[in-house]
Design a protein around this ligand. Structure first.
Ligand code: GLP
Length: 244
């Protein structure tokens, strides 16, 4: 769906998330959400925090799994996704701390493979993701699944694309400071979600949205794999949709 602007679109996504949370609450069940970082979902999180504060939306039954984290990354660092999520969402809602999962950027190299398997297992154990929200990188990455990622890939350590590191350089004060690696849920992990929403705003994303939606399905543009799923919705503003 295409919306006039990102504000309207973000409210719509927040509303969908709130609906999932409340319908699960009515059944006495947990809502399991896959969350994303980057600039794109910021207003969704702002709106969720507002719904908590002003409309009493509770997150007590919510379990979250974030898509990715840079590696290595200290959770206290300014660029960490742990810090991002705290500042943008978790500090403003009543989610139990133990319900929050974000890939750990402080692991020793030899611990990563096992940790990633456990991450997958935890998602499965709580019943799988009810909803995964996604942004998209200019390389066509979802999470940090860069070109070359396999459609059945799981949570793992990956190498970041040069363009991704360039796009992140502002946050890190120079590309040379951007980590070369990240831990990310795989395409396969994302695909298992019962519902997927990919959001993109602005002209900057228009070329990659065109490729993702209309391009040939290929691991050269990992987001094209979403064409294979019936449970995906692209939520775009007019600028991001302008080349479709
Ligand atoms: C980041 C994140 C992705 C995100 C993408 C786009 O590197 N790992 O999950 O979707 O890049 O970022 P932005 O929303 O800031 O454009």
């Amino acid at each position: 769906s295409v919306f006039q602007d990102e504000h309207i679109a973000s409210k719509k996504v927040a509303r969908r998330i709130a609906d999932i949370i409340t319908s699960k609450q009515e059944k006495g069940e947990n809502a399991v959400l896959g969350l994303a970082t980057g600039a794109t979902p910021v207003e969704v999180y702002y709106e969720l925090a507002r719904l908590h504060k002003e409309e009493g939306l509770s997150f007590k039954n919510v379990i979250t799994f974030n898509l990715d984290e840079y590696y290595p990354m200290n959770p206290g660092a300014k660029q960490s996704y742990v810090r991002f999520m705290d500042e943008q969402l978790f500090n403003h809602i009543d989610i139990p701390r133990e319900n929050i999962h974000i890939p750990d950027g402080t692991l020793k190299k030899e611990e990563i493979a096992n940790y990633c398997l456990e991450y997958e297992k935890k998602i499965t154990e709580v019943g799988g993701l009810d909803l995964q929200i996604l942004g998209i990188g200019r390389t066509g990455h979802i999470g940090f699944n860069e070109p070359g990622s396999a459609p059945n890939s799981g949570t793992r350590l990956v190498t970041l694309d040069d363009l991704t590191r360039r796009d992140a350089s502002r946050d890190f004060g120079g590309k040379e400071n951007v980590p070369t690696k990240a831990i990310t849920m795989g395409i396969g992990t994302i695909f298992k979600a019962k519902e997927i929403i990919l959001m993109a705003w602005s002209k900057k994303k228009a070329p990659i949205i065109r490729k993702a939606v209309e391009g040939e399905i290929s691991s050269n543009v990992p987001a094209t794999f979403l064409q294979l799923s019936d449970n995906v919705e692209f939520i775009l503003d007019e600028d991001a949709a302008s080349e479709l």
